[in-house]
Design a protein around this ligand. Structure first.
Ligand SMILES: [Fe+2]
Length: 250
């Protein structure tokens, strides 16, 4: 059994809640599909917790914080969070030795993993860090056909912060519609494991996936949302709305 996590977004309360749950199940194989950082108040602590994961892929927030701190394509509150996060990893400041290690770790993150019919990416197989696969894309057959043409059998993604399953027959199903378990078939399938630190499916609980080769299970866990929101509200570099949205899961 493997745990597949994504979009932690510097939310330490949500992340530690999930890691305790994973540990309590006796699972040691953890894969992260990107966006450990960005938006939230504890980027360094969250990176440190992921250092010994089996695999951590690059997300668009790591990419922006590391390589293009004045990134295009981010809205104003996201780009100011990118700049605030970048400053936390200052390699000339007080915490420079630890930050150099964190910088090396993030800088070495691969953009994808493809083996044995399985593709792992942050966004999509076409544009690994940037493209979103939305629930509404089932009404965009051209886009779905293009994406599925790059999928051998299974593709695990994050990035939209919306968990669920897309199949090649232009169907999307949410975890709730599937009773939180999906049995893998021979069909090409895209699976979004959801977001730990900033869910956007209307459910504020932290969400992650468990995969044993034949089934995917989504786990949702309540955590101390108010503690994270309070930290965000206290930080000048992070917009208050980034804390408020955690209460709604939007
Ligand atoms: Fe994200």
């Amino acid at each position: 059994m493997q745990a597949i996590v994504s979009d932690i977004h510097s939310n330490l309360e949500a992340f530690t809640t999930v890691l305790e749950d994973i540990k309590s199940r006796g699972i040691t194989d953890i894969i992260c599909l990107g966006d450990i950082i960005g938006y939230g108040p504890n980027p360094k602590e969250c990176v440190d917790l992921a250092l010994d994961f089996k695999l951590c892929l690059l997300g668009n927030h790591e990419e922006a914080v590391l390589f293009e701190v004045h990134a295009q394509g981010f809205n104003p509150r996201a780009s100011s969070a990118v700049r605030w996060t970048n400053r936390q990893f200052d390699i000339l400041g007080e915490d420079r030795d630890s930050n150099a290690r964190r910088w090396d770790f993030m800088g070495a993150m691969p953009r994808n993993y493809v083996a044995n019919g399985i593709t792992l990416v942050h966004g999509s197989p076409m544009d690994n860090t940037r493209e979103y696969i939305y629930t509404t894309d089932v009404r965009n057959p051209k886009k779905m056909a293009r994406i599925f043409s790059q999928v051998d059998h299974l593709c695990f993604v994050g990035h939209t912060h919306t968990p669920g399953v897309w199949t090649q027959d232009f169907t999307y199903r949410s975890p709730a519609e599937l009773d939180f378990v999906y049995h893998i078939t021979a069909k090409k399938t895209i699976i979004n494991v959801g977001s730990i630190g900033q869910p956007r499916d209307g459910d504020p609980r932290a969400c992650y996936g468990l995969f044993d080769g034949s089934t995917v299970q989504w786990v949702k866990l309540g955590y101390d949302v108010e503690a994270t929101a309070r930290k965000i509200h206290a930080l000048k570099g992070l917009d208050d709305s980034l804390g408020d949205r955690l209460r709604e899961g939007r």
